[in-house]
Design a protein around this ligand. Structure first.
Ligand code: HEC
Length: 129
């Protein structure tokens, strides 16, 4: 009895160890944060620091609540002057989905078809004030 019980206990430990190992080798990949996504997907063209040298796109600090095309000194394409809204969640979502559909002639070569990725970036931008 003692012997048989010991064998079962060893077997149980081995099964548990195997399960633990399987979990360790198959981790869930952590989702990138909005900050990381901004860095990967926007930062080559946009900065959040007024002191940075100009890039291909305008400064995005404080974008929420601002009128399109309102960064002083940035030369926007013509469609921006006709855009009659302020940047909010839904307009930023439309911009990141398809800039030219929102602002005809916009020269931003970026499209993001994944809604969760767009939302993570927009939530990050909301905090950059
Ligand atoms: C390859 C360069 C490039 C990338 C990448 C890019 N943009 Fe842009 N973006 C631009 C340019 C250029 C403009 C100005 C477009 C114009 O004048 O037609 C712009 C304009 C904008 C505007 C309008 C700003 C204003 O002042 O009205 C927003 C908002 C914006 N981009 C957000 C983003 C975000 C967020 C990302 C990343 C998910 C991104 N862009 C990625 C180049 C880029």
């Amino acid at each position: 009895m003692g012997c048989r019980g010991g064998g079962l206990a060893v077997a149980a430990v081995l099964v548990l160890a195997g399960a633990a190992r399987a979990q360790m080798t198959l981790p869930d990949l952590p989702k990138p944060t909005g900050a990381e996504l901004f860095k990967q997907q926007c930062q080559t063209c946009h900065t959040l620091k007024p002191s940075d040298p100009p890039r291909q796109g305008p400064l995005l600090l404080g974008i929420f609540g601002r009128k399109p095309g309102s960064v002083p000194g940035f030369h926007y394409s013509a469609g921006f002057a006709k855009a009659d809204f302020v940047w909010d969640d839904s307009h930023l979502d439309a911009m990141l989905t398809n800039p030219q559909a929102l602002i005809p002639g916009a020269v931003m070569p970026y499209r993001q078809k994944d809604p969760a990725t767009r939302q993570a970036i927009i939530a990050f931008l909301r905090d950059q004030t």
